[in-house]
Design a protein around this ligand. Structure first.
Ligand code: PLP
Length: 398
C-alpha cells in the first residue's frame, strides 16, 4: 500500500503525475473541456469522422440489427458478417491479400510481434516506436535490438552482428509523438538483405499520408515489399479497433497464433459498422486528406512565424518540444486559459527531457483558427519565457 503512495508521490515530485480531463460532447474541432470551450488540438480524429452523421448512423443501425456486442472471440461464436466485410474492404484499401481485425492497436502490435518472433530470434525496433510495439517485443521472449531513431546504419550494424536469427524489423510509419516518417525504402532493403520480415505501424499514417490516405507504405509505393502493415480504426477512421494487412498465409497464421486475437472478444458490430462507414467516406471524399495536410501546414507555419520550432516532418502531428515536464504542463495550462487544448506529453510516452506539446491538426479545423491558435501559443510561450529548442536533425543514414 505505502509502496503505491510513495510511487505516486515520486511521480508528483517529478511533474509526471497524470490525470484525466473530461471532454463533453464529440471530438469536433471545438469541445467543452471541463465546462470551458476550447479549440481541440490533440485529438487523433484527424478527418472528423468520429462525429460524422453517417458514421454515427451506421453505428446506431448496426446496434439495432446485430446487437451491442459480439458475445465471444472470433474463433468461438463472435465472427459475424460485419467482421468479414470490413476485413475485405481494409485489405482492398491497403492493397494486401488479407486483413485480420484486432481489438485495438495495442493488441494488434503486442500479439503480432509475439507470434512472429520467439526465443533465439531477434526483433529490430526503432527507439521511438509506440509502447505497444515495445511490449510486443517483451512478450515475444525474443532478443530486441533497439536501433537509434531512423538510423539505418545502426540498424544494419545490428543486423550484421546479431547472434540470433533476425525475425522481424518493426517501425512506426509516422512516429506517433514526433510526426516524422520512417525511412521505408531502406528498411525494405535491409529486411530483404537479412531475410527477415518487415512490419510497419500505420496508426497515424492511414487517412493522412499516401494516395487517398492509404498510408506511408503506399506513399512510398512499397505495399508489395512490406510484409505486414498495422492500422487502427480509432484514429483517422473515427471508430475503435485495429487490423493487420498481410498475405493470406500470414494472416491465417496470426489467426491461430496471436494470443491477443485468439483470447479476446471480437469487436462489437456498431464499432465495425462505424469503421466501415469511415472508410467509405475516406474513399469517397479523399479531399479530407488534402484538408488535413493543408491545415497541418497552416499550424506549422503559424508556429514558425512565432519564432517557435515545431518538429516532425510534414504530417498532421506537430510536436513542440519544451524539454522539462513541469514547464510543459505550465504551458499546457496557460494555453487552456487561452482556449486551446493540447495535452502535454511527458515520459514515459517520450524520452526523459523531451516533454512536449503534441499538436494535431484535423481536417475539420479552419485554417484561420489554426493560425490564431499559433499566435496564442507564441504569446503564452513568451509569457512563460519558453524558447523551444530547435528540432533535432533527423538521424543521418550515411
Ligand atoms: C495509437 C497507437 C497504437 C495503439 O492503437 P489503439 O487502437 O489506440 O490501441 C499503436 N501504434 C501506434 C503508433 C499508435 O499511435
Amino acid at each position: 500500500m505505502s509502496d503505491v503512495a510513495e510511487r505516486l508521490a515520486e511521480l508528483r515530485d517529478k511533474g509526471l503525475q497524470r490525470r484525466l480531463r473530461l471532454v463533453d460532447g464529440p471530438q469536433g474541432p471545438r469541445v467543452l473541456l471541463e465546462g470551458r470551450e476550447v479549440l481541440l488540438l490533440c485529438s487523433n480524429n484527424y478527418l472528423g469522422l468520429a462525429e460524422h452523421p453517417q458514421v454515427r448512423r451506421a453505428a446506431a443501425d448496426a446496434a439495432l440489427r446485430w446487437g451491442a456486442g459480439a458475445g465471444a472471440s472470433r474463433l468461438i461464436s463472435g465472427n459475424m458478417e460485419p467482421h468479414r466485410r470490413l476485413e475485405r474492404r481494409l485489405a482492398a484499401f491497403k492493397g494486401y491479400e488479407a486483413a485480420l481485425l484486432f481489438g485495438s492497436g495495442y493488441l494488434a502490435n503486442s500479439g503480432t510481434i509475439a507470434a512472429l518472433a520467439g526465443r533465439g530470434e531477434v526483433v529490430f525496433s526503432d527507439e521511438l516506436n509506440h509502447a505497444s510495439i515495445v511490449d510486443g517485443c517483451r512478450l515475444s521472449r525474443a532478443e530486441t535490438f533497439v536501433y537509434r531513431h531512423r538510423d539505418n546504419e545502426h540498424l544494419a550494424w545490428g543486423l550484421e552482428r546479431t547472434h540470433g536469427k533476425p525475425a522481424l524489423i518493426v517501425s512506426d510509419g509516422v512516429f506517433s509523438m514526433d510526426g516524422d516518417v520512417a525511412p521505408l525504402e531502406d528498411l525494405v532493403e535491409l529486411a530483404r538483405r537479412y531475410r527477415c520480415r518487415l512490419m510497419v505501424d500505420e496508426a497515424h499514417a492511414t487517412g493522412a499520408l499516401g494516395p487517398g490516405g492509404r498510408g506511408s507504405v503506399a506513399a512510398a509505393g512499397l505495399s508489395e515489399e512490406v510484409d505486414l502493415v498495422i492500422g487502427t480504426l480509432g484514429k483517422a477512421l473515427g471508430s475503435y479497433g485495429a487490423y493487420i494487412c498481410a498475405s493470406r498465409e500470414l494472416s491465417e497464421y496470426l489467426l491461430n497464433a496471436a494470443r491477443s486475437f485468439v483470447f479476446s472478444t471480437a469487436l462489437p458490430p456498431p464499432v465495425l459498422a462505424a469503421a466501415e462507414a469511415g472508410l467509405g467516406l475516406l474513399e469517397a471524399e479523399p479531399q479530407r486528406v488534402e484538408r488535413l495536410r493543408a491545415n497541418a501546414t497552416a499550424l506549422r507555419d503559424g508556429l514558425a512565424a512565432e519564432g517557435l520550432s515545431p518538429g516532425g516532418g510534414e504530417s498532421q502531428i506537430v510536436p513542440l518540444e519544451i524539454g522539462d515536464a513541469g514547464r510543459t504542463m505550465e504551458l499546457c495550462e496557460r494555453l487552456l486559459e487561452r482556449g486551446i487544448f493540447a495535452q502535454g506529453i511527458r515520459p514515459p510516452t517520450v524520452p526523459a527531457g523531451s516533454s512536449r506539446l503534441r499538436f494535431t491538426a484535423m481536417a475539420t479545423h479552419e485554417e484561420e483558427e489554426l493560425r490564431q491558435a499559433a499566435r496564442e501559443v507564441g504569446a503564452a510561450a513568451r509569457e512563460l519565457g519558453i524558447a523551444t529548442p530547435a528540432p533535432r536533425a533527423p538521424a543521418l543514414a550515411a
